[in-house]
Design a protein. Structure first.
Length: 237
C-alpha cells in the first residue's frame, strides 16, 4: 500500500476513532465521583426490610456527610487542585495525610454505595455481560455470592467487601479495612470497584446487631445491577 493510500485510509478512520474516545470519556465521566455529597437517590425507607429507615438516615446524613465535610477540609489544607478527579486522588493517596485517606475513601465508597442499591427485589440477579463474566470467573452467581459474603463476614473490624476488576481485567473478590478501597495505591487489593458492601457496624447494627452475615446475605436483594453493570463495562474499556 502506498503512503498516500495509507494516509487516506487513516483519514477515513479518524471519525470512528474520535467517536470511540468520546464514548469512553463519557462512560468514565458518568462513573466519576465529585467532592460534594450527592442527594440520596431514594427515600430513607426505600430499602426496608433489608436496611431500616433510621439506619439509612443516620448513615447518610451523619456518617457520610462527615466524610464529605472532612474530605473538603483535607483537600484545602493539602492544596489539592480544584477539579481534581477523586479517583485520581485515591490512586495516589499514599502522598496525602491519614485524614485525606480516611475521608476521601469514606466519601467515595459511600457515594457509589448509595447508587449500588435500590428497593429490594426477590430473585435479584445480574444479567448480560456481567452475568456471563461472573459465571465464567466463579462458576456460578451463587458461588460468587458465597465468596463475597465470606469476604464481608470475615473482614475483621470495620471495612468493605468488594467485587472488583483487577488490572488484568479479571473479576476478583476481596475486602479492605476502614475506608480503603481497591483504587488506592496502598490497598492490598488493587483494581476498579464495581460492587461494594459497607460492613462498618453503623451500616447495619440497629437491625442486625452482631449478625453481620445475615446483613450480608439479605443485602443482595437491594443490589442495583444496572449501575453495577455500568461500572463493570467502564472498567473493561
Amino acid at each position: 500500500m502506498s503512503i498516500k493510500k495509507s494516509l487516506d485510509y487513516f483519514k477515513e478512520l479518524i471519525p470512528a476513532i474520535i467517536l470511540l474516545l468520546l464514548s469512553i470519556q463519557s462512560s468514565l465521566g458518568q462513573m466519576q465521583i465529585g467532592f460534594d455529597q450527592s442527594p440520596l437517590p431514594y427515600s430513607y425507607n426505600a430499602l426496608e426490610d433489608v436496611i431500616d429507615a433510621r439506619t439509612m438516615e443516620i448513615h447518610y446524613s451523619k456518617h457520610a456527610a462527615a466524610y464529605c465535610k472532612n474530605l473538603k477540609e483535607a483537600a484545602t489544607a493539602e492544596s489539592v487542585q480544584p477539579g481534581t478527579p477523586l479517583e485520581d486522588l485515591l490512586k495516589g493517596i499514599s502522598k496525602y495525610s491519614q485524614k485525606m485517606r480516611n475521608n476521601a475513601g469514606g466519601h467515595y465508597n459511600h457515594e457509589i454505595f448509595w447508587k449500588m442499591m435500590q428497593s429490594p427485589k426477590e430473585n435479584n440477579l445480574p444479567t448480560g455481560k456481567l452475568a456471563r463474566a461472573i459465571e465464567m470467573r466463579f462458576g456460578s452467581f451463587e458461588e460468587c455470592r458465597v465468596a463475597f459474603r465470606e469476604a464481608a463476614k470475615n473482614r475483621f473490624g470495620s471495612g468493605w467487601a468488594w467485587l472488583y476488576v483487577d488490572n488484568d481485567k479479571t473479576l476478583q473478590i476481596g475486602s479492605t479495612p476502614n475506608q480503603d478501597n481497591p483504587l488506592m495505591d496502598i490497598s492490598e487489593i488493587k483494581g476498579y470497584p464495581i460492587l461494594g458492601l459497607d460492613v462498618w457496624e453503623h451500616a447495619y447494627y440497629l437491625k442486625y446487631q452482631n449478625k453481620r452475615a445475615d446483613y450480608a446475605e439479605n443485602w443482595w436483594k437491594t443490589v442495583n445491577w444496572e449501575y453495577v453493570s455500568q461500572r463493570y463495562e467502564s472498567a473493561m474499556k
